[in-house]
Design a binder for this molecule. Sequence first.
Ligand code: GTP
Ligand code: MG
Length: 575
Amino acid sequence: MDIKIIENSISLLSSLNVLRDNENLLRKFHLISNKVKNKDFQLVVLGQFKRGKTSLINALIGVNLLPTAVIPLTSVVTILKYGDKPFARVVFLDGETKELMVLKLEDYISEDKNPKNIKQVDKMIIKYPSSYLKDGVQIIDTPGVGSVYGHNTDVAYEFVPQADAGIFVVTTDPPISASELSFLSSIKNYLGKILFVQNKNDQVGVDERKQSLEFTKRIIEEKIGVKNLRFYSLSSKLALESKINNGISKHNENQFLQFEKALTDFLNKERSQVLVKSVSSKLLSLIGEINLILQLEIKTSQTPLLILKEKIVAFEKELVTIKQQKEDADFILQGQTEKLVKEILIGDIEVLKEKELPKLLIELEEFYKNNKSLSGKELANKFDAFLEESIKRIFSRWRKEEEIKLQQSLKFILDRFSNETNKTIQKVIDLSANLFNINIEKFETETELAEEQEFKFSFDEIQVDIEIFTPVISHLPKFLSHNLLYKNIKEKTFEEFDKHCGRVRFDFHQRVVKSIGEYQNILNQTLEETISEVEIAMKKGIERKKKGQEKEITALIKLHEQEKNLIKTKEMIVI
Ligand SMILES: Nc1nc2c(ncn2[C@@H]2O[C@H](COP(=O)(O)OP(=O)(O)OP(=O)(O)O)[C@@H](O)[C@H]2O)c(=O)[nH]1
Ligand SMILES: [Mg+2]
């Protein structure tokens, strides 16, 4: 289906009075139409280290913005978004952020200045005024796979499933390698949404380029079983140079232009597919809801006042029972959630302690051996700093991992809460439809979390404050003071480790409970909205009756017109 159909149906729906006069329906409608307007689209650039991924991005946007080098460089995911002015923000693993000068990017996203991601960077967000980044497109630079830095490969692998489309970069010389093949094979299911680039073609002659490409394609076909992948052969280096110097290298420019055109077409096509997929079922569900309200308005207009009032009383009475059943179900689920979270947290904290505490003690011993020559005061200060840094490192990394794990476990609990709410919404719909003998086609009700409402745990900074030095120590001979300090710091290590275990457990538990509460509120709000939509439709029926028969007939004609338009809109989407 074409995105145009979605846009047309949205504009048809927006003209319906039944929607415009119903605040709750209107809110749901805006949620969907904003999704179409503002949908982010993530285009991820992938490939082995040094194939020129970052250079390709620079060539696309036409400036030397992201750092490139001959050694494995990009070490963290870098997200480029549209912005009127250049802007950069680094996001750390513990959720902290820092704004940067765009020129200083290298300090955080290069393997050289941030080896093994020692600065604990989660990602870099850059805004730039490039036409590629308009309409919500984000270009994402990933660390290269297959370099000596294994952690870089993990980052790239993790990113593929969540991206909307990708560009895979290989080079002319060397052609495809074993690690590139194994990467491709692991993302085989996603190949349909990936464009392929043979970069650095300026380094060899035309014949060699062809040879290299034929080899790469043949190997992919043989080893992965995918035929006829379309590759774009180009030179990012020359393309960037020619963009900066206003088009000196004409030959290369044509090749690059071809790629840019393909990319634009691909983006348009993929973007609309992603949107159509995410929006069409929501639109159908909204149309089902609008239809119910419309039918209710039509039926209430045709029902005598006395009977109408009786039906409204019956509706409210039955509603009390439905709400009570929902509360009971929520209560049980809440208890199960608390239990599950506690069990996961307690288990994981035990594992953390078993794994990390002995390691830390060995590191401490090593550290002590290397610093024995220091004075008592100096050693004490070094111990303090060592422990502080270690605790922060261990717990901030663990918190990040645990957050992902808990998010996954909680997803299934949240789904159960959603199901419960959707069942209740369905009961309300059935109740109102049955009361007025409305024959409506069944439609899916779906309450789901918007991305920004998903579980997010924002934590305070990890605070560690250690001081093991006491004035008495300075009066002791060195061997005694050092032994004492070592003993003290070991005790402190146990103490601080335990303290932080308790703290993270408490913190996570609190946040999970709070997030579930917030989530339930959102779900309950959707339920209340559906109830209120139905009530409004019924009340409108009473009001119309009070205005007299003539007005009622005109209103009915208008309602039937809207019914026709609604059917037309539905047919557009279903076909
Ligand atoms: N000759 C030539 N060199 C290129 C081209 N594209 C990139 N390079 C060079 O190749 C090297 C690697 O480029 P990068 O863009 O840093 O490669 P990368 O794939 O991002 O590397 P990692 O971030 O380490 O994975 C740099 O020295 C670039 O100047 C090209 O089209 N032609
Ligand atoms: Mg790079």
